[in-house]
Design a protein around this ligand. Structure first.
Ligand code: PEP
Ligand code: MG
Length: 596
C-alpha cells in the first residue's frame, strides 16, 4: 500500500498505544497521520515553474473576487456599524492596498503557489504593522490576517491539491460538513477529530460516505508525528498509535470489507413489513439523486429529509433561486411519485451570511433556522420560490425546521402563500407542496396536537430533540454521556408526538439518527412509528430488523420498559432482550458496542 511499511519500527522502542475515542462513523482505517490545521490545512509551499505563474495569479484573482463577494454579502446582512466599518476596511485592503500586487510579485519572483505567497506576504505585512509606533496602525494588523485567512479559505475551495491523500488518516480539531465533503474526495482512510458527537452533521455525513471517524481525541500531536502509522477503529472507538505488525495485519483483515455486511435485502422487494404484517415505510435522508437511486434499490420510498443547507456546503455561499430550482428539480425527478421533503434552511446566522466568524454566544439557541427565515425573509422567500417552481408536476413538499409553536407555522404559511400569489400573478407554474413541521424542540412536543392540526405531516427530529430536551450539546463530545437517547423523557416525548399524529390522522416520519440505527428499531416500532427516514447505508440493517420481529413483540418490549426510570436501565432491558431473542438480526458487534 505504501512505499514504507506501516508498522512502528520496534527499534525505536515505542510500544503500541491505544487511546479510547468516541466512534461516530463505523469502519476501520489504517494509514499515515496527516495533521490538518483546524478546519483548513496550513498552507504548504509548492514550487511552480514559469509556465505555472499565470495559473497561480488567476487563482489568486478568483480568490480576491470571491472574498469581495463574501464581504458584500456580509455587509448586506444585518450587522452592527462596527462590523460594517471592518468590512469596508477589508474591501479596501483587497481592492486598493499593495497587498495583492505584492502577493503577485511574490508568486512571480519566488515561483511559489498562491497560498504560500499569501502567507509570506501577509505575515510580513502584519509584522511590520504590529511594530508601527502609531497604535492606530499597529492595532490594525489583525485585519490583514483576517483578509489573508479569507483568501486562503477561498483558495481552499479552488485548490486541486489533495489534503491528505488516499493512504492518510486525517487529524483535525473540528470537522465542518463542507470540509468533510472536500476531504472525502481524496479518499482518506479515516478521520480523527477532537470535537463532534454522534449526531453532529459531519458524523451523519461521514456515515453516509462510509468513512470511519472517531472523535474526542485530544493532543494526539504530542504522541505521534506527521506521517506515522495509525489505526482508527471506528467500530469500537479506539485509536491505535505505533501499531505492531500483528495489529496492522489483524485490523487490515477486518477492514478488507465493510465490517458490517451490507445487508441481505437488495432484491427489489420494496415492501417492508414485520413478521405480523405491519408495514413500515422507509425513506432516505439525502440531497443526492445518486444516493436516492441506491436507497431505492434497497427499498426506500422517497426522500424523507432533504437538508437543503447541503447546497450551501457544496457551493460555499448562498445558492441563487435558479441554482436551488435545479437542485430541487433533480432530486424530484429522481424520486418521482415517491416524493421528496425539502427542509428549509436550518442554518445559523453565521452560515447564512457566509461568515463563520459571526459568533453567537449560544448558536443552538440563537438566530437560526426558521427564526432567521422570519427575521430576514429574503433567503426564505428565495428558497420558497425555488421550491414552488420545482414542485410544478413533482411531488415535492416543504418541511419547517425548529418549530417551537403554532404561531411560527401561521407566519411562515403566510409568507409561502404570499410567494404563491406572486408567482401565479407572474404567470409562473407552481405546484401545491404539502407543509410539514419538524418536531425537535420540547415546546413542539408539548403542543404537538395543535401543531399537527396546522400541517399536513410531522417529522420527528430526534437529534435535536435529545439535545434540547436534555440540555446537552449534540456536537460536544465531552457531554456525550449526557446525550441519552434512551432517557425516559425522550421515550415519552416520542410517544406523545406519535400519538398526536395518529389522533390528528396525519403521517409522522422519524428522521433523526435513531431511525437509522437498528438498535432503536424495535423501540420505535413499539412506540407506534410506521415511517422511518435514514441514511442510505442504514436501510438494509433496519429492514432486516423490521422483517425479523413482530410488532406485537416490540409493543410488549416497550410496555416492559415503561417502569424504568433511567436510560441505563432501559438500555440494559433492551440489550438483554435483543441478545436473548434477536441477536442474529443485529450487525455483528453492535450489541456489545458503547457507541451506536
Ligand atoms: C434532527 O434534528 O433530528 C434532524 C433530523 O435534523 P438535523 O440532524 O439536521 O438537525
Ligand atoms: Mg434538527
Amino acid at each position: 500500500m505504501q512505499e514504507k511499511a506501516l508498522s512502528s519500527d520496534p527499534a525505536d522502542g515505542r510500544s503500541e498505544l491505544r487511546i479510547p475515542a468516541t466512534a461516530v462513523s463505523r469502519g476501520i482505517g489504517i494509514g499515515r497521520a496527516v495533521f490538518l490545521n483546524g478546519d483548513r490545512p496550513a498552507p504548504i509551499r509548492h514550487d511552480i515553474t514559469q509556465d505555472g505563474i499565470e495559473g497561480e495569479i488567476e487563482r489568486l484573482q478568483q480568490a480576491v473576487q470571491h472574498s469581495l463577494y463574501e464581504i458584500i454579502e456580509l455587509s448586506s446582512a444585518p450587522t452592527p456599524d462596527s462590523a460594517a466599518d471592518i468590512f469596508g476596511v477589508h474591501s479596501l485592503i483587497l481592492e486598493s492596498s499593495s497587498l495583492i500586487p505584492d502577493i503577485e510579485t511574490e508568486i512571480r519572483s519566488q515561483l511559489v503557489n498562491a497560498e504560500w505567497a499569501i502567507r509570506t506576504v501577509s505575515q510580513d505585512y502584519s509584522t511590520r504593522q504590529r511594530a508601527a509606533a502609531d497604535q492606530h496602525i499597529s492595532d490594525k494588523y489583525l485585519d490583514v490576517i483576517d483578509v489573508a485567512d479569507r483568501l486562503l479559505n477561498a483558495l481552499c475551495g479552488s485548490s486541486d491539491a489533495p489534503d491528505g491523500g488516499s493512504d492518510s488518516v486525517l487529524i483535525v480539531t473540528e470537522l465542518m460538513p463542507s470540509r468533510l465533503m472536500k476531504l472525502a474526495k481524496t479518499a482518506p482512510k479515516a478521520i480523527i477529530s477532537e470535537h463532534g458527537g454522534w449526531t453532529s452533521h459531519s458524523s451523519i455525513l461521514a456515515r453516509e460516505l462510509k468513512l470511519p471517524v472517531v472523535t474526542g481525541v485530544r493532543n494526539i500531536e504530542r504522541l505521534i508525528a506527521e506521517g506515522e502509522a495509525v489505526i482508527v477503529d471506528g467500530n469500537n472507538g479506539e485509536v491505535i498509535l505505533h501499531p505492531t505488525v500483528d495489529s496492522i495485519t489483524r485490523f487490515s483483515e477486518s477492514s478488507n470489507g465493510p465490517i458490517l455486511s451490507d445487508g441481505i435485502l437488495t432484491n427489489g422487494d420494496r415492501k417492508v413489513e414485520t413478521k405480523d404484517g405491519v408495514e413500515v415505510i422507509i425513506r432516505v435522508n439525502t440531497d443526492s439523486p445518486l444516493n436516492y437511486q441506491q436507497a431505492k434499490e434497497q427499498g426506500a420510498i422517497g426522500v424523507g429529509l432533504y437538508r437543503s443547507e447541503a447546497i450551501f456546503d457544496r457551493k460555499g455561499s448562498f445558492p441563487s433561486e435558479d441554482e436551488q430550482f435545479v437542485a430541487y428539480t433533480q432530486i424530484a425527478a429522481a424520486t418521482g411519485d415517491a416524493g421528496v421533503r425539502i427542509r428549509t434552511f436550518d442554518v445559523g446566522v453565521g452560515q447564512l451570511s457566509g461568515d463563520d466568524r459571526v459568533i453567537e454566544r449560544n448558536p443552538s439557541l440563537g438566530l437560526r433556522s426558521i427564526r432567521l427565515s422570519l427575521t430576514d425573509q429574503r433567503y426564505f422567500r428565495t428558497q420558497i420560490k425555488a421550491i414552488l417552481r420545482a414542485s410544478y408536476g413533482n411531488t415535492l413538499d416543504i418541511v419547517l425546521p425548529m418549530i417551537t409553536g403554532v404561531d411560527e407555522i401561521i407566519r411562515l404559511r403566510e409568507i409561502i402563500d404570499d410567494e404563491k400569489y406572486g408567482l401565479r400573478a407572474a404567470g409562473v407554474h407552481i405546484g401545491e407542496p404539502l407543509l410539514g413541521a419538524m418536531i425537535e424542540v420540547p415546546s413542539a412536543v408539548l403542543t404537538a396536537n395543535e401543531i399537527a392540526q396546522n400541517v399536513d405531516f410531522l417529522c420527528l427530529g430526534t437529534n435535536d430533540l435529545v439535545q434540547y430536551l436534555l440540555a446537552v450539546d449534540r456536537d460536544n463530545e465531552s457531554v456525550a454521556d449526557w446525550y441519552q437517547t434512551l432517557h425516559p423523557a425522550v421515550i415519552r416525548s416520542i410517544r406523545e408526538v406519535i400519538d398526536a399524529a395518529n389522533q390528528t390522522n396525519i403521517p409522522l416520519n422519524v428522521c433523526g439518527e435513531v431511525a437509522g440505527s437498528p438498535f432503536y428499531t424495535p423501540l420505535l416500532l413499539g412506540l407506534g412509528a410506521r415511517e422511518l427516514s435514514m441514511n442510505v447505508n442504514s436501510i438494509s440493517y433496519v429492514r432486516r430488523l423490521i422483517s425479523g420481529i413482530t410488532c406485537k413483540e416490540a409493543t410488549q418490549l416497550i410496555d416492559s420498559i415503561t417502569s424504568c426510570v433511567t436510560a441505563a436501565e432501559i438500555d440494559e432491558r433492551l440489550r438483554s432482550h435483543y441478545l436473548a431473542n434477536w441477536s442474529e438480526l443485529f450487525p455483528p458487534g453492535l450489541l456489545s458496542a458503547n457507541n451506536l
